[in-house]
Design a protein. Structure first.
Length: 157
């Protein structure tokens, strides 16, 4: 149903005019927020499952005095987030929703810096000074390098 004013300007039907109230706009913002939370939640689920699988497999097949599974997840997660943000900055190759899903959701569920902190505290409590230093240094430097490498590779390709 199209309505016109006397000067030919389209008017919205009364039912649509009521929808454009501040309350409606607030409701739309809330819906948008819930949609974003759903993207993040689904991504976090996927990332958490992947983290568990990688940590379990690596620790099972490559036992070591440092938690190699967590180290692998942290470094690969840093690499992945570098790629995600590199793609986002490379002319909108990822929508804001996809970036939210991948970076905040998947990478947030996948990377394990809370586990990293706890495992370092355990190494310190066990007086494993060398392994504490090795694990912390490798996680930090390899993580930053992997994030840089991911963003750089996107930039050059």
């Amino acid at each position: 149903m199209q309505l016109f004013s006397g000067d030919g300007v389209h008017l919205k039907p009364p039912c649509l005019q009521r929808l454009m109230t501040p309350v409606h706009l607030s409701f739309m913002k809330v819906l948008h927020m819930y949609r974003n939370l759903l993207f993040i939640g689904i991504g976090s689920f996927i990332g958490g499952v992947l983290r568990y699988l990688f940590q379990t497999l690596i620790q099972r097949y490559y036992p070591a005095p440092i938690p190699l599974g967590t180290l692998w997840v942290n470094v690969s997660g840093c690499f992945l987030i570098g790629i995600i943000y590199g793609l986002s900055e490379k002319g909108g190759m990822l929508s804001p929703e996809m970036r939210l899903f991948l970076a905040t959701g998947v990478c947030g569920g996948y990377t394990t810096f809370s586990s990293f902190a706890y495992e370092n505290a355990s190494l310190l409590m066990d007086a494993e000074w060398f392994y504490f230093g090795l694990y912390t240094s490798l996680s930090f430097f390899l993580g930053i390098f992997a994030a840089y490498l991911g963003a750089y590779l996107v930039k050059i390709f």
